[in-house]
Design a protein around this ligand. Structure first.
Ligand SMILES: Cc1cc2nc3c(=O)[nH]c(=O)nc-3n(C[C@H](O)[C@H](O)[C@H](O)COP(=O)(O)O)c2cc1C
Length: 369
């Protein structure tokens, strides 16, 4: 994180390291995970351990995927391609955001295995339909629909840095860029600077200002559960619904034909004051765990955190900021390093809790309060 802070211009570093309004939910995600105590066991065979598992029936080297994150290509030149390649080499899924810098086709051209695509449902359904088709053509192996961003939670740092709609990039932004010459040199060496999935596809969205206006105008206040039937009809593959924080919503989500839901509050970037994701996980697993896979993200910073989420019933987890900091710090190798750190911690944690396989982890591995 510290290296990313030194390498990435402040406005883009802050874009990652921020939550909505008071950032209480952003902090709670991490704090509530850290507060869960693990149960140490001894005298058990620890040979032949395996972290392999599946997420939506796809094999994963560990139950951790890279979460969709907008403009990852601003943390590092060609960021989405580099992160997708690192995930592919490691054996975990990479999820490309609708708001990525590198387009679906561009990422597909630079990877050998399928990745996942995250969809924001915009008002222009023709655009959404085309995006789904493009994801299909690029052989994406899961579609993830984000449900918690019909209105946008305000992040104070973004406003201060001019990352608003429209962007207000003044003298201070120029200075921020000037203080990061390596980042600038790498950015000058790539042609990927805009929202790649929009360029040439969204009407009238060509430069940064018009794109940002288009996006702001496109969040669909009319969107509701009924629209999911429209999506399910168009996407026959694995479908994941992201942003579920309530058992009642989870029950509705489970009845849409989705294969998985993600307990997520957008990393504390939307509803400030919402509960942490880990605190909501058990009730949601209890409500729908036998009908759909329940995944979780928000605040996962270590293999111990992955272990805690799995113990409380998550089939899979996602990391957002941890891989973005790695990416911002040293590019593809940084994403690989973030994954390496987590896998080693997860393996050690599992062993010291006396387990040898992901499927054996459960509530019995946690201290009761
Ligand atoms: C910089 C940033 C950009 C994000 N952009 C998106 C996005 O485009 N689509 C989406 O569904 N979620 C987005 N998210 C939310 C992440 O997918 C994920 O829910 C969150 O980062 C998980 O929390 P963590 O960062 O604490 O791991 C973004 C998160 C961050 C930090």
């Amino acid at each position: 994180m510290e290296l990313a802070r030194r390498r990435v211009p402040r406005m883009f570093f802050d874009y990652v390291d921020s939550g909505a309004y008071t950032e209480a939910t952003y902090r709670a995600n991490e704090a509530d995970l850290a507060a869960i105590k693990l149960r140490q066991r001894v005298g058990r065979k620890l040979s032949d351990r395996s972290l392999h598992s599946t997420m939506v029936s796809q094999p994963v080297a560990m139950p951790v995927a890279l979460a969709p994150t907008g403009i990852a290509g601003m943390q590092h030149a060609d960021g989405e391609i580099l992160a997708a390649q690192a995930a592919e080499e490691f054996g975990v899924p990479f999820t490309l955001s609708t708001m990525s810098v590198c387009s679906i086709e561009d990422v597909a051209a630079h990877c050998t295995k399928p990745f996942w695509f995250q969809l924001y449902v915009m008002r222009d359904r023709g655009f959404v339909d085309a995006l789904i088709q493009r994801a299909m053509q690029a052989k994406c192996s899961a579609l993830m629909v984000t449900l918690d961003l019909q209105v946008v939670g305000q992040r104070h740092k973004d406003l201060r840095n001019g990352l608003s709609t429209p962007p207000r990039l003044g003298l201070s932004s120029v200075l921020q860029l000037a203080m990061r010459p390596l980042w600038c040199a790498q950015m000058l060496a790539t042609r990927r600077h805009r929202l790649g999935n929009l360029v040439g596809h969204a009407k009238g969205a060509d430069d940064l200002t018009s794109m940002s206006a288009w996006v702001a105008d496109q969040f669909d206040l009319e969107f509701n559960w009924e629209d999911l039937a429209w999506i399910r009809h168009r996407w026959p593959g694995k479908l994941i619904l992201k942003g579920i924080m309530d058992a009642d919503d989870a029950r509705i989500a489970a009845s849409t034909g989705a294969d998985a839901i993600i307990v997520s509050n957008h990393g504390g970037r939307q509803l400030d004051g919402a509960a942490s994701t880990i605190s909501k996980l058990p009730s949601i697993v209890e409500a729908v765990g036998d009908r759909v896979e329940v995944h979780m993200d928000g605040g996962i910073r270590s293999g111990q955190d992955v272990f805690r989420a799995i113990a409380l019933g998550a089939r899979g987890t996602y990391i957002g900021r941890p891989f973005l900091y790695g990416l911002g710090a040293i590019g593809k190798a940084g994403v690989g390093l973030a994954l390496d750190i987590i896998v080693n911690e997860l393996d050690t944690t599992m062993a010291l809790c006396g387990e040898r396989h992901i499927s054996e982890i459960g509530p019995h591995n946690l201290e009761t309060k």
